[in-house]
Write a protein that binds this ligand. Sequence first.
Ligand SMILES: Nc1nc2c(ncn2[C@@H]2O[C@H](COP(=O)(O)OP(=O)(O)OP(=O)(O)O)[C@@H](O)[C@H]2O)c(=O)[nH]1
Ligand SMILES: [Mg+2]
Length: 450
Amino acid sequence: MSLGEKLRKAMDKLQGSTSIDKETVKETIKELQRALIAANIEATTVLNLSKIIEERAFGEIKGNLSRREYVTKITYDALVEMLGTKKTPSDPKKILLCGLFGAGKTTAAGKLAHWYKKRGKKVGVICADTYRPAAFEQLQTNTKNAGAEFFGIKNEKNASKVVKEGLKQLKDCNLIICDSAGRSALDEELVTEIKEINDVFDADEKWLVIGADIGNLAKKQALAFNNAVGVNGVIITRMDGSSKGGGAIVACNETGASVYFISTGEKINDFEEFDSNRYLSRIMGYGDLEGLLEKAKEAEIENMDPEAMLSGNFNLKMFYQQLQATKKMGPLNKITEMLGMSVKIPKEMLEAGQEKMDSFKIIIDSMTEQERNEPELINRGRVERIAKGAGVKETDVRELIKQFKQMKKMLKKFKHIQSEKAMKNFGEKGISDLLRQMQGKKAAKKFRLR
Ligand SMILES: Nc1nc2c(ncn2[C@@H]2O[C@H](COP(=O)(O)OP(=O)(O)OP(=O)(O)O)[C@@H](O)[C@H]2O)c(=O)[nH]1
Ligand SMILES: [Mg+2]
């Protein structure tokens, strides 16, 4: 039985029991532990996961979920966390690929070049493998297939020299990928070479390429390469052939180096961004969980904290949530209306169709975490990059930012008026009643405690 099937079996235990009590949760955890230990996942990680589930299982349920749905959801979330939730960097400048013999570095270099090129980057690839005779031609072909620029010096033995020259030749590229040579083990020779390359190349991203078949041994390798050059990301290859992929992913995540991509075959398109949620639902065959997760997400929106929105830290994530909530129940409009205030939500915002909402979501997803939190950083260059990444027009990105700014301005006004006028018109109880109606008890209670 694969890891996915075993995890599924543990979750089914939860679904099959008549009531959810401490005993059921304990049984589920035990089953999960068996599945994870059998996949050679480290005991500390397994215990950590068990503790998280135990602690959260009887917490306060948000929204309209049953206890069974709630425990399923927190268990699923804990597994997703274990697999890592860091997003693939959207704007890397230089990526150094390292790894042992035959791990799939040269193949991954071409796939990465293709992946980022499709997202609007001008990509160059340097062949710093001066060790294996056919490396030059192999990488040159892969790069050509990706539609990226290639640099290498045939018969040159000094890898650092190639990198130095490559950086000069590819200076017009906004992403440079460097493929390095592999060895059968991380020996002194390889460490010295990769360190030298790293010094000259000065990469912002240093990614280890490993095959899924090594399972939890991935941890040892990730730590060793981390010692040599400071690995911050991982590409796991041969996910098509192995059942140990889960072990390798968890093992890398334990070292703090997140899995960014998985490779599922030899062809250029057999490559995807790693998404722990998607991965987990796939290995567990959990299509039916989608509905539940969607329901939980809606509950989160309904539980949005109005105070956080008014705190001045309003950002694009909250904007998106608010747009969804506004569409559903129009809460802000209702408040402003009832308070007799002149601030109104722009009509186009309320009338945004589902298509627009989806496009806003893709645009926000294409931003970096920093951009989502500090949208004022988004200048012309960034607009261009985000639009390319999201596959939309630049005017769409600008429209989103415009609407965000309008809402932020409105919230500022609202905060100002809220304290003076609201009290006069409604009194404290009136407002908390209104908030309770719209956002649930918690928000109302918070308001009263102000
Ligand atoms: N099935 C499968 N094969 C892969 C995958 N990735 C790479 N390969 C194959 O694995 C072999 C080795 O891949 P390379 O990209 O040359 O590996 P490398 O790390 O550059 O190897 P060295 O440069 O010799 O260290 C090739 O035959 C690839 O086609 C994958 O995800 N799945
Ligand atoms: Mg190679």
